[in-house]
Design a protein around this ligand. Structure first.
Ligand SMILES: [Zn+2]
Length: 398
């Protein structure tokens, strides 16, 4: 076939091989050159190279052959191929990482053996010095060959040990510190830091473009059965911000329409507004997925503008964000959340003068899903979600 193909030049375009197939309905050519093929069809999908056909193996799929009623099927098949590529990616990644780790481990092992020899040597030197300064064998000898003047000789040796106490201590401690220096060369801190970095990098592997989250593409929902939540009014303002208020005086919880990703760092900003009511029961916090439709937010992981029923109240900068009871409140706060590091911090915005954080970080449970949530009671109060962003790193303003 190869030979036959080589011989087959186009009659019209002498420089071109007839190395293509064109499989179009009513326009089938089993040998055609590129120029001819392009002239007689606009459907480039229908042109296939001889070689492509010849080398197609068990798992090869043409991008548009055989002809089908719905060509979409090919797109789906190619998605399948992509799934296979992703699977292969992970298999290769594991293999490569394992290989590199094995190489490194072996290098470290042989280095450790060298160090062991070195420390064995150091141990021998230590024993030599010890045997010398202790006069162990001289004393042994005197006892074995006990004679008239042995007692005096022994006494002299022991006295001499006391005279040389300082220099003997020096001799031995110098040797120990040399030994210590070898041991101290072993450093686990940096390798552990690198291990954490590698795991962090693996977490960042992502094949899918996530839509960016901001205030414009999130919604707030009413708790389905907690107290008076269904009486809440949630509306999007013209500037995109989300306003939540209560139509009667009763507790209501509202939560964001997405589960917080423990590895993401979220920045929410919220306006708390109260007029003619000093009982500012205005709460902002996070609620467990299983509790969102039937439990209160207060007493959970939350900040409360009334100053009580809250756990986010450990002052880390300035004073408490709650500034005392006031009948008129119009303040904006920033809430930072990073569940993986058990961070829930609240600060007044935009000056960040006062910062509080969750007092007992153990309240944030691992393997537990949370949502951002607010709670409100009085119909004269308002909570407005003004901002949401996801950041790579929190800045150091709070
Ligand atoms: Zn031609």
């Amino acid at each position: 076939m190869d030979q036959e193909k080589k011989k087959s030049f186009c009659n019209i375009h002498a420089n071109f091989n007839n190395d293509l197939l064109l499989f179009e309905q009513n326009n089938i050519h089993t040998k055609i050159c590129l120029i001819c093929a392009k002239l007689i069809t606009k459907n480039i999908d229908k042109i296939i190279q001889h070689d492509e056909f010849l080398h197609a193996d068990q798992s090869y799929i043409f991008s548009s052959f055989p002809p089908l009623e719905y060509e979409d099927i090919y797109k789906t098949i190619f998605k399948e191929i992509f799934i296979e590529k992703i699977n292969n990616y992970f298999i290769e990644l594991k293999k490569d990482i394992n290989k590199n780790i094995d190489v490194l481990h072996n290098q470290v092992k042989s280095k450790l053996i060298q160090m062991e020899d070195l420390s064995d040597n150091q141990g021998d030197i230590f024993l030599d010095i010890y045997n010398e300064v202790s006069s162990k064998f001289d004393i042994q000898k005197l006892y074995k060959e006990y004679s008239q003047d042995s007692e005096q000789r022994l006494k002299d040796i022991i006295k001499e040990k006391y005279q040389n106490l300082k220099s003997n201590t020096e001799k031995l401690s110098k040797n120990i510190s040399e030994y210590q220096a070898i041991i101290n060369k072993i450093n686990l801190k940096t390798p552990i830091e690198i291990q954490q970095k590698i795991l962090g990098l693996i977490d960042q592997i992502d094949f899918f473009e996530k839509p960016k989250k901001d205030i414009n593409n999130i919604e707030f929902e009413k708790s389905k059965s907690y107290c008076g939540s269904q009486k809440l009014q949630i509306q999007r303002l013209q500037n995109g911000q989300i306003q939540i208020n209560q139509s009667i005086d009763r507790n209501g919880v509202s939560y964001a329409n997405f589960i917080l990703d423990p590895n993401q760092k979220y920045v929410f900003r919220v306006k708390l507004q109260s007029h003619s009511n000093s009982d500012s029961f205005l709460l902002v916090g996070i609620i467990q997925e299983q509790d969102k439709d039937n439990k209160q937010l207060h007493n959970g992981i939350c900040y409360n503008e009334r100053g009580n029923n809250m756990t986010v109240n450990k002052v880390v900068k300035g004073n408490n964000v709650f500034e005392g009871i006031k009948a008129d409140i119009d303040k904006e706060i920033e809430v930072r959340i990073h569940l993986a590091q058990k961070i829930v911090k609240v600060s007044n915005y935009p000056n960040y003068q006062n910062v509080v954080e969750l007092e007992n970080k153990q309240l944030i449970l691992y393997e537990t899903q949370y949502r951002f949530a607010v709670e409100i009671y009085y119909s004269v109060h308002k909570i407005i979600i003004t901002h949401l962003s996801i950041v790579d790193d929190f800045d150091d303003k709070m």
